[in-house]
Design a protein around this ligand. Structure first.
Ligand code: NAP
Length: 522
């Protein structure tokens, strides 16, 4: 049963700094229970417990840490039905999609469990001593990664499971050996509590210190900033708006001890349709666009909000097919009334912009409290040059098709774009030369390059990158999806001339943990 409590270590306590309730975006109905909000004393208590837990948790046997992640995944599966129903009530996400997201979340936790068991993430290097080396002997040097310290995680609104309380940020931080304090998203508190209680129980089941996990509800500007500026927090994971992410980056940088903030913010995921592909399959690409831009009502970080083509005979086929498909797209609830308002403003700006034509609008549905309709626009490079705001993210099912007079002009548009999570290229055999010429530019602009596909649907694995240059993220060197996400919460330590009795686990000559290691670089 949901209680509306904060989870601070092993305790469940009512926050006393105001309260919030979730709203069902399908009906506008207020959902029980209400959630008491945290104050700065609650943040301090969670941070104190996290700090106390840190040294013990980071040295727990890898098997135990791996088992914790598996237990959390199993626990989520056990309450799957209840969870999917609550996700639906709080976000309007249909059961089939919520079920898919749950599977992605538990797979992600199990993947990190395997990463922890493998131990390769510890990055162990041993450079044995060379006492006879001249002119100077070489000391014995051993290196491994240790976690940075307690991590603050800000849940996203658009993936209430996979990018939320037990999402990729939490899974990668716990895998790294870092205690986690989640600032839960105010739009899905019940989902957050269900998941938070599973993690809390798993921490207790494995006999780990209670401060390994806490979860707070509260206003971002107070509780969120208090968390990021608490000296015991050593890194931050965030997915959400550019303004929210930048506020956290600024707060983290202004600390006496600045810390890294891994914020995933805004991206419009441009799709380039090269001339031969446009001519041979413009209509098919147009239909594919609508399929991709309306997944999750366009509320995905990888939703394609911009299509770039060279003006020519195929453009009509592409936009006609896309417009026809889009007109059939039913309205669906958006994640929250606030996000729906922001979307309405965003498409309103595009509708009012000079030289932008609305070529299709999806179906309406007056019975939905926070309805999201799909919108498709068309304009030219000249208009884009005159008004760069046309490439700003409109979070929801909206996309703009832009025609450029030449391939060089197309490259110029890409050159002028901000950093992106993804860039997609549709290219046929005859586009090879142009695609090859564009590739270095695409690499400079995005974290993932997709060919003849669509950017939505992010595979969780070892080779994935869900990141990219600013403002896609605040730090382009990492990813927030996939196993490499663990690197964000680790730092290297070198141990020089430590006697065997002092060496940390995993660095001994006999390799008793059986870790993959490099000796003298090999
Ligand atoms: P958001 O407004 O950035 O909120 C995310 C989290 O950050 C919430 O916990 C929020 O706290 C906190 N926060 C926001 N502004 C803050 C500030 N100035 N200082 C401290 N904490 C702050 O994002 P959202 O609610 O998920 O969605 C709103 C917009 O974000 C969307 O319309 C869309 O543009 C964008 N978005 C982008 C992506 C992406 O992946 N690119 C994903 C989701 C959303 P509160 O609980 O107090 O609000």
């Amino acid at each position: 049963m949901l209680t509306g409590d904060l989870l601070i270590g092993a305790a469940a306590v009512r926050g006393t700094h105001g309260e919030i309730s979730a709203i069902d975006p399908r009906t506008g109905e207020k959902l029980e229970p209400s959630y008491g909000l945290a104050g700065v004393a609650d943040v301090a208590r969670a941070a104190e417990l996290a700090e106390q837990a840190f040294d013990a948790y980071r040295e727990t046997p890898l098997e135990t840490r791996s088992a914790l992640l598996t237990t959390i995944a199993d626990g989520l599966d056990t309450i799957g039905e209840e969870l999917i129903a609550r996700v639906g009530a709080e976000t309007g996400i249909p059961a089939a999609r919520a079920g898919g997201e749950l599977a992605r979340t538990t797979n992600q936790l199990r993947l990190f469990a395997a990463v922890v068991r493998d131990g390769g993430f510890l990055g162990v290097h041993i450079d044995p001593a060379l006492p006879d080396r001249t002119p100077l002997p070489r000391p014995d040097l051993r290196r491994r990664y240790v976690p940075v310290g307690p991590v603050a995680v800000f849940s996203a609104s658009n993936f209430p499971l996979a990018f939320s309380v037990a999402g990729g940020d939490t899974a990668s931080a716990l895998a790294a050996g870092a205690p986690v304090i989640v600032k839960a998203h105010s739009a899905h508190p019940g989902t957050s509590e269900l998941v938070g209680r599973v993690i809390q129980a798993a921490v207790a089941e494995h006999g780990l210190p209670e401060g390994v996990f806490s979860m707070l509800f509260g206003n971002g500007r107070e509780v969120g900033i208090a968390l990021v500026t608490d000296p015991r927090i050593k890194a931050v994971g965030f997915t959400g708006s550019r303004s929210g992410g930048l506020a956290l980056v600024a707060a983290a940088q202004a600390r006496p001890e600045p810390i890294p903030v891994y914020a995933e913010m805004s991206s419009i995921n441009p799709v380039l349709v090269l001339p031969a592909a446009l001519l041979s399959r413009g209509a098919e690409i147009g239909r594919g666009l609508v399929g991709s831009m309306t997944v999750g009502q366009g509320q995905l970080c990888t939703s394609p909000g911009l299509v770039l083509t060279v003006d020519g005979p195929g453009v009509g086929a592409l936009s006609d097919a896309a417009a026809a498909a889009l007109r059939d797209v039913p309205a669906a609830p958006m994640l929250s009334p606030g996000i729906q308002r922001a979307f309405t403003e965003g498409v309103g700006r595009l509708q009012d912009a000079t030289g932008v034509v609305t070529i299709a609008v999806g179906r309406e549905d007056a019975s939905i409290a926070a309805p999201g309709q799909a919108f498709l626009f068309r304009t030219t490079k000249a208009e884009l040059d005159a008004d760069p705001a046309l490439t700003e993210e409109v979070f929801g099912a909206s996309s703009v098709i832009v025609t450029a007079p030449t391939a060089d002009a197309l490259a110029e548009i890409v050159e002028g774009l901000e950093g992106q999570l993804t860039l997609t290229v549709h290219a046929d055999e005859d586009d090879q030369e142009l695609a090859r010429a564009l590739l270095p530019l695409l690499e400079r602009k995005a974290g993932r390059i997709v060919v003849n596909g669509w950017p939505t649907g992010v595979e969780v694995g070892h080779a994935i990158v869900h990141g990219g240059p600013y403002p896609a993220t605040s730090d382009a060197r990492t990813t927030s999806v996939g196993t490499a996400a663990i690197e964000r919460f680790l730092r290297p330590v070198a141990y020089q001339n430590l006697p065997s009795w002092l060496l940390p686990a995993g660095l001994d000559d006999a390799n008793t943990l059986g870790l993959p290691r490099r000796i003298d670089g090999r």
